[in-house]
Design a protein around this ligand. Structure first.
Ligand SMILES: CC(C)(COP(=O)(O)OP(=O)(O)OC[C@H]1O[C@@H](n2cnc3c(N)ncnc32)[C@H](O)[C@@H]1OP(=O)(O)O)[C@@H](O)C(=O)NCCC(=O)NCCS
Length: 206
């Protein structure tokens, strides 16, 4: 199995990607934003997508979309072909697309909306946190993508505040702050530990 950054040579997979996304949504009975082969081809050609291939056979796909003048990027359209599910491929693809997002857009917040438990688990492991829609991009173009979802009426009724999907966000700034906080806590802990040890040994040696 190889995971590569997609390009024009992968255009022939656009149809099977669309079909697999649509078929899977039907089976799950959930809503999904519909994608056309032309739309997928755009994603394949702009260096912002990862495709997984088993020899020549399509196995999985995911792409990056940029919103709000690069303030946000979304990792969207994750799909693993039914023949390759349950072996950690989605996790590997999401890991690669996350790395690519961090490399190309280091200051952007990375987000996704999903109804899928598997995706929530993977995102959580990558450091995403669940958030309300108010924390996500307000770029109308992103939300337009939901128009083809069967639950779009809910999103409209709630004035885009909530829907059946859960929003998840990776905020690099917050991660940096958390890292510093952890470093400070571990320094304080080490200092406290050495004071206690010193006091304890003093008592023992008396
Ligand atoms: C969801 C999907 C991408 C998972 O692909 P996969 O390669 O089978 O997933 P992985 O093997 O990498 O599993 C990743 C994690 O999700 C869990 N998982 C996988 N499928 C699951 C499911 N249907 N329900 C709950 N958890 C699931 C795995 O146990 C694993 O968790 P762990 O790390 O705690 O062990 C795949 O089933 C798919 O393409 N489904 C249809 C499209 C879809 O739902 N896309 C997401 C739209 S937002």
């Amino acid at each position: 199995m190889k995971l590569v950054v997609a390009n024009e040579s992968h255009f022939k997979y656009a149809q099977i990607i669309c079909d697999t996304i649509a078929e899977s949504a039907k089976v799950r009975g959930t809503g999904i934003a519909k994608r056309t082969p032309e739309y997928i081809q755009k994603k394949l050609s702009n260096g912002n997508a990862i495709i997984a291939l088993d020899g020549d056979k399509f196995a999985g796909f995911c792409y990056i979309e940029v919103w709000g003048h690069e303030k946000f990027v979304a990792n969207s359209g994750l799909i693993v072909h039914p023949d390759y599910r349950g072996h950690g491929l989605a996790k590997a693809i999401k890991g690669r697309i996350f790395e690519l997002s961090r490399e190309k857009f280091p200051n952007a917040k990375i987000f996704g909306i999903t109804t899928g438990l598997a995706v929530m688990k993977i995102n959580y492991d990558l450091g995403y946190q669940p958030v309300t829609f108010s924390e996500l991009t307000d770029d109308p173009e992103f939300w337009k993508g939901c128009q083809t979802c069967k639950n779009f009426d809910i999103l409209t009724r709630t004035e885009r505040k909530m829907c059946l999907c859960t929003g998840m966000l990776y905020d690099p700034e917050r991660k940096e702050k958390d890292k510093k906080k952890k470093e400070i806590n571990s320094k304080s802990f080490k200092r406290l530990k050495s004071i206690k040890e010193a006091l304890f040994f003093k008592k023992e040696n008396k």
